[in-house]
Design a protein around this ligand. Sequence first.
Ligand SMILES: NC(=O)c1ccc[n+]([C@@H]2O[C@H](COP(=O)([O-])OP(=O)(O)OC[C@H]3O[C@@H](n4cnc5c(N)ncnc54)[C@H](OP(=O)(O)O)[C@@H]3O)[C@@H](O)[C@H]2O)c1
Length: 327
Amino acid sequence: MEKRRLGQNGLEVSALGLGCMGLSYGYGPAIERGAAIDLLRSAYEQGVTFFDTAEAYGPFENEDLLGEALAPFREDVVIATKFGFRNGEVAQGMDSHPARIRQVAEEALKRLRTDTIDLFYQHRVDPDVPMEDVAGAVKELIWEGKVRHFGLSEAGAGSIRKAHAVQPVTALQSEYSLWWREPEKEILPLLEELGIGFVPFSPLGKGFLTGAITPETVFGKDDFRSSVPRFAAEAVAANQALVEALKALAVEMDATPAQIALAWLMARKPWITPIPGTTKPARLTENLGAATQHLSSGALARIEAALQHIDVVGERYPAHLRERTGR
Ligand SMILES: NC(=O)c1ccc[n+]([C@@H]2O[C@H](COP(=O)([O-])OP(=O)(O)OC[C@H]3O[C@@H](n4cnc5c(N)ncnc54)[C@H](OP(=O)(O)O)[C@@H]3O)[C@@H](O)[C@H]2O)c1
């Protein structure tokens, strides 16, 4: 698979990465460990060298899973993980105190069965810890060789600048897709200015953009989408217009809606590397097919024209999680 470079310090990754969260957490029960290991190894065999996890996924389980699955080819892959929640639990709120960052790194290294974390993101900005202290803590870990690159997730422009002044930021990971284009306003120009790479999460709109979700879809209590306004039945019904437009474009472009959604992101900038997630081997292969779908400027203009009058209904996060973003 084609490679892309994130940031200014030589981090090279496959043009599409694999988001591993859903294997353990977020969208219902974890999948069986053997099947998850097979999926991760199959991704590598199909050219993926960029794997995304976090302490909070499980918590802890997902890192441990990646540690086992990727051990045979550890030297050939980039593993990104994240710190920043108290005790690793999203529900407990943020904790990016320097001592805690160090503890998360030490524990992640063991679970990941490695001696260095390739990319260590702060999962959410912690309003109680100055960004300079967070960046300083990661800088020390980099000096010690325990971490190679620093990243942020859903950080606002001011935080990105502050962090970058202390320790160059290699990548920002935030939501970005055909149904969440907010980063285009302020964040993408800033990243371009500072030479920071961008890793869009939920590039398939948490599954919505693939066309697999309808107003009849029922999300279990342990599926995060059951709490997201954009996935309430009325919003899903209203947003089918977007899916219908994508399906028509996909037919025209001899691709699937998922592939259009991913190829569109990759066409935005050469320093953008999406990390779609799936638990299913056939969908993995389908999604990775987007890496060879190079959209022409004509195709990009068609997509823009087809979607520009479709307004997306519903917030992307419930209020208490929305307020953690963009700080
Ligand atoms: N930094 C952050 O705060 C943050 C937040 C969220 C996610 N992330 C990272 O980003 C990664 C990806 O985001 P995401 O998992 O939220 O969303 P996503 O990649 O947009 O979508 C994943 C969902 O789409 C479904 N799906 C995938 N491919 C499909 C296909 N070809 N056809 C139909 N359905 C398909 C998956 O279901 P199946 O499993 O059933 O295929 C899953 O429910 C995560 O794994 C995680 O690593 C980071």
